[in-house]
Design a protein around this ligand. Structure first.
Ligand code: DOR
Ligand code: ZN
Length: 342
C-alpha cells in the first residue's frame, strides 16, 4: 500500500496575527501557538497597545493564554508620530516591530496616522531606523475600496525613499502594484496572507455574500491574486507568510454590519501546503516562505518546532470556541499529523 504523503515544516512563523484580548485571547491563542513557533502580534486592541507597560502586560496575558506551548509572541506597538528616541530606546527590548495604521482604516485604528507628512513622521521614523525597529504598515488610503492599496503605493515609496535605513513591511498585500513596489526599493518587504492567495472579490461578493471572507484589505482581482501567488510560490526573499488571522465572534460576522477579518490560524499551514502542491512547487519553497524569509528579514531565531502534515482529508470544524474559521465544514486535502518540539 503506498504510504501517505507527508510534509514537514520547521519553525513555521506567522508574521501578522491578531490574538485579541480577554476571553477571545483565551479562546483562540492555542490555534496559533500549537502549530506556529512564533508570530508578530498586532497591537490594535481597545485601547491600542502604545506604552511599554501595555506591551509588557499584553505579552504576559498572551503567555498565560498559550499555557505550556512553545511559542514566542513577537510584540508590537501601535505607531504614534509622538514616539521619540528616548521612549523608543526604553521600549525596544520589549518589541519586534511597530505597526502603523492610517486613521480609521480598519478595526480599532481610530488613533492612527493621517496625512503622511514626512517631516511630521521624521523624528519617530528616524529613531526607529537608528534603533533597527521595523515599521509594519497597513497600506490603504480612504479612497474607493478596490483602489485603496494601489493608491497607497505612492506613500510606501515616499516613506521608503525618505527613510532608506528603515525596514518597511507592507502588510497583507493584495495587489500587483504592491508586488511591483517590492523590487523598486531595497527597504520594502511584504507579508502575504493565505486567504489572499486563494480568493478574489468574486468569492466574497460574487454570489451570496460571504461574511467569513470579508476582510481589509478586501480580496481583489484574479490578476492580483496571480501576482501574489507568483512571489509566494517562488519564496521571493522579500515576502513572508503573515496570516492576518483576525477572529471576531460569530454574531459580529454574521450580522448587518459585518466586522472585517478572516480567521485562518488553525487551517493556515494545511492550506499553504495544498497551494504549493497544487502549483507543483517544491515544499522547500514553502519552508522558506513560511519561516526562512521572516528569519532573515527580522533577524529572529524562533523556538524549534516541527509540524508534520499528511495528505489525508481534514474536515474544518464549524467553529473554534465560537469563532467561525475560513472554509468551515469544508474538507481540506492536508491535516496536521503531529507537532514535535526540540
Ligand atoms: O480584516 C481585517 N481585520 N483587517 C485588518 O486590518 C484588521 C483586522 C482586525 O483586527 O479585525
Ligand atoms: Zn491585521
Amino acid at each position: 500500500m503506498p504510504s501517505t504523503k507527508q510534509v514537514v515544516l520547521n519553525a513555521p512563523l506567522d508574521m501578522h496575527l491578531h490574538l485579541r484580548d480577554g476571553e477571545m485571547l483565551e479562546n483562540i491563542a492555542l490555534c496559533s501557538a500549537q502549530t506556529f513557533s512564533a508570530a508578530i502580534i498586532m497591537p490594535n486592541l481597545v485601547p491600542p497597545v502604545s506604552t511599554k507597560e501595555e506591551v509588557v502586560a499584553y505579552k504576559k496575558r498572551i503567555e498565560h493564554a498559550i499555557a505550556d506551548e512553545k511559542f514566542t509572541p513577537y510584540m508590537t506597538l501601535f505607531f504614534k508620530p509622538s514616539y521619540d528616541k528616548v521612549f523608543l530606546e526604553s521600549v525596544k527590548d520589549h518589541i519586534t516591530a511597530i505597526k502603523l495604521y492610517p486613521a480609521g482604516i480598519t478595526t480599532n485604528s481610530e488613533g492612527g496616522v493621517s496625512g503622511f507628512d514626512v517631516e511630521e513622521l521624521r523624528p519617530a521614523l528616524s529613531a526607529m531606523a537608528a534603533l533597527g525597529i521595523p515599521l509594519c504598515v497597513h497600506g490603504e488610503t480612504n479612497g474607493f475600496v478596490m483602489d485603496r492599496e494601489a493608491e497607497f503605493v505612492s506613500i510606501y515609496e515616499k516613506l521608503a525613499s525618505a527613510f532608506p535605513d528603515l525596514k518597511i513591511i507592507m502588510e497583507h498585500i493584495t495587489t500587483k502594484e504592491s508586488v511591483a513596489a517590492l523590487d523598486k526599493f531595497e527597504n520594502l518587504y511584504a507579508t502575504i496572507t493565505v486567504h489572499h492567495l486563494l480568493i478574489t472579490l468574486d468569492d466574497v461578493a460574487g454570489g451570496m455574500l460571504q461574511p467569513h471572507l470579508f476582510c481589509k484589505p478586501i480580496a481583489k482581482r484574479p490578476e492580483d491574486r496571480e501576482a501574489l501567488l507568483k512571489v509566494a510560490l517562488e519564496a521571493h526573499p522579500k515576502v513572508m507568510f503573515g496570516s492576518d488571522s483576525a477572529p471576531h465572534p460569530k454574531h459580529a460576522k454574521e450580522s448587518c454590519g459585518c466586522a472585517a477579518g478572516v480567521f485562518t490560524s488553525p487551517i493556515a499551514l494545511q492550506l499553504l501546503t495544498e497551494i504549493f502542491e497544487k502549483n507543483n512547487v517544491s515544499f522547500d519553497k514553502l519552508q522558506v516562505f513560511v519561516s526562512g524569509n521572516a528569519q532573515n528579514i527580522y533577524g529572529v531565531t524562533p523556538p524549534a518546532k516541527t509540524v508534520v502534515l499528511e495528505k489525508k482529508p481534514f474536515k474544518v470544524p464549524s467553529n473554534y470556541n465560537g469563532v467561525v474559521p475560513m472554509y468551515a465544514n469544508e474538507t481540506l486535502a492536508y491535516r496536521i499529523k503531529e507537532v514535535n518540539h526540540g
